[in-house]
Design a protein around this ligand. Structure first.
Ligand SMILES: [Zn+2]
Length: 343
């Protein structure tokens, strides 16, 4: 199995995080990538260093005005009087404003609110370079996946990013970029399988009306967990994409058996869709050792998930998403990829 990582991904070092009314240290830290990188070396799968994603590839998923915002936000923020160290949104357009013609403003404070879903995606001076480097890894993994499988050590993660909006530690949707790369490489129908404990809302949003992409997400019930407003079973897609989105929300504390059963249900849907290629959004925050421990999955559970997904026999780009216990995620990656048979 080929693997990909670029050192520019370390340039994103967010500080701000707001949780239950308290400002805390952001836990999407560069050390996460270091832990996963060490695991790849232990597995004997040292990563290649692909170029950052070119603008043209980013525009297969993301809106030009959003990419301009990401590229210029930190410098514009720096020019504000009495500014904090990072771009953090403190105001958002409401549905009422949008229904009455609300539109994107010129100033960076308003544009941050327009292009950010929440306060969990601060933009600093190295953020766009890091996100482009992570996206480049996803593209390289998609290109390497033809006839086999590949792993992209993406960080920052991507599955909460919409076409024109950051959110939940995500800026560029690495999984969606990999889907488009697999489509360009000739796969007529591509499926995504999102194992992160949070619903892959950005990926769902990007492909909502697409009949050639099946999006499947196994996650903790959004009634009690981020992203709160979507991720329900009744969201099935629209237009040409009607029936091509499958959400499998699980109760908090589900454990291995229920989690693996939901994955099996997702795999059955991917077989029925007759997907020709697969993108796996691999998050480790379903682990029993995560701070929130939402789904209480064991290391053995991740190994069994890897083996079950590999049994589909599809060309696959595995894209890293969340997982925040720096002391544990390396071992979980080892178990997943060993279960997959990639090591
Ligand atoms: Zn997550």
């Amino acid at each position: 199995m080929r693997t990909f990582f670029h050192p520019d991904q370390m340039r994103h070092a967010p500080r701000f995080f707001l949780m239950r009314g308290a400002v805390r240290p952001n836990y999407e830290v560069p050390e996460r990538a270091g832990a996963l990188l060490a695991a790849l070396h232990r597995l004997g799968l040292p990563p290649a260093e692909p170029p950052p994603a070119p603008r043209a590839a980013l525009e297969t998923v993301h809106a030009p005005d959003y990419l301009d915002f990401l590229a210029g936000a930190a410098a514009a923020w720096d020019a504000l009087p009495e500014h904090g160290p990072e771009v953090v949104a403190n105001v958002h357009p409401t549905p009422e404003m949008l229904a009455q013609g609300g539109r994107a403003p010129q100033g960076v404070v308003g544009r941050a609110g327009w292009h950010m879903a929440d306060a969990a995606c601060p933009v600093g001076p190295g953020t766009f370079a890091a996100a482009r480097a992570a996206a480049g890894c996803a593209l390289a993994a998609a290109e390497a996946a033809a006839g086999r499988s590949a792993y992209a050590l993406c960080r920052p993660p991507g599955h909460h990013a919409y076409a024109a909006r950051a959110g939940g530690h995500c800026y560029l949707n690495n999984a969606a970029l990999a889907v488009e790369a697999l489509r360009r490489a000739g796969a007529a129908r591509v499926a995504t399988l999102d194992l992160d404990s949070h619903h892959g809302n950005g990926t769902q949003g990007i492909f909502w009306e697409r009949g050639d992409v099946l999006t499947v997400s196994v996650h903790a019930d959004p009634d009690h967990y981020y992203p709160w407003f979507v991720g329900h079973a009744e969201e099935r897609g629209a237009g040409a994409g009607a029936g091509c989105n499958l959400n499998l929300p699980l109760p908090l504390g589900t454990g291995d058996a229920g989690w693996l059963a939901a994955i099996a249900q997702g795999l059955a849907a991917i077989r029925a869709f007759r997907a020709e290629a697969l993108v796996v959004s691999l998050g480790f925050d379903a682990s029993e050792h995560e701070p929130l421990a939402a789904l209480r999955v064991t290391a053995d559970g991740f190994a069994r998930a890897g083996a079950a997904i590999r049994a589909l026999g599809l060309p696959a780009a595995i894209v890293q998403e969340g997982g925040y216990n720096v002391g544990r995620i390396g071992a979980l990656l080892e178990r997943f990829l060993t279960g997959w048979g990639g090591a």
